[in-house]
Write a protein that binds this ligand. Sequence first.
Ligand SMILES: N[C@@H](CCC(=O)N[C@@H](CS)C(=O)NCC(=O)O)C(=O)O
Length: 232
Amino acid sequence: MPRILHDLACLDDRRLSPYCWRSKWALAHKGLEFEARPQGFTAIPRLYDGAHRTVPILDDDGHVVADSWAIADYLDARYPESPRLFEGPAERALCRFTEAWLFGALVPLLMPMLALDIHDHARHEDRAYFRESREQRLGRSLEAAAAGREHRLDDVRAALNPLRLTVQGQPFLTGERAGYADYIAAGLMQWVASVTTLPLLERDDPVVAWLERVRDLHGGLGRTSPMYAIAV
Ligand SMILES: N[C@@H](CCC(=O)N[C@@H](CS)C(=O)NCC(=O)O)C(=O)O
């Protein structure tokens, strides 16, 4: 049985999920082959008798693991001989911080700006579900949330300062070699780049050069899905 990672997909086979990107890079980091199988939003609850509501879901020869953190822990435990995702509990804890920072500081800024773009790139059968669930979360229409978003670019750029200051002095968040913290952060940028027609960054931003380095890793895995330019 093949190794399958169920991966969120939009029109044109765009792969936008930040959580799925980190799991795909995690599998590649471990040197494991896999098929990233596309699933639309409304197809997820039909997998595995409705046991899971979100992707990524890893099916490793019949062993099913859902949730990106559970997948990372499973991979390090099941394949201890391959390069580790977490050298130890301290690296894992710092990765938790990386996620908490990005999803606490950046996603609240980005989600209202991007939700309409995600809707417009979603498969047709997913659009009503996406609109209803996200408008409920945002407390307003997708159009109202996106209105005037170009005036919020400075806030997004400022919120990226911790990443910018780090990667202008070293190639990756984890130093000379990329690690899971890079996969978490770059996954978020892939989410943005796969749907948004509003470039967030300036071309000479060190964050752009870092993202290109991460995209180059593992045979250019980060370039295997359609993306818009993230910088002007
Ligand atoms: N904590 C989960 C979160 C996964 C998650 O939220 N995935 C989103 C895609 S980015 C999803 O599947 N959403 C389905 C939906 O919104 O119905 C993880 O780390 O894997």
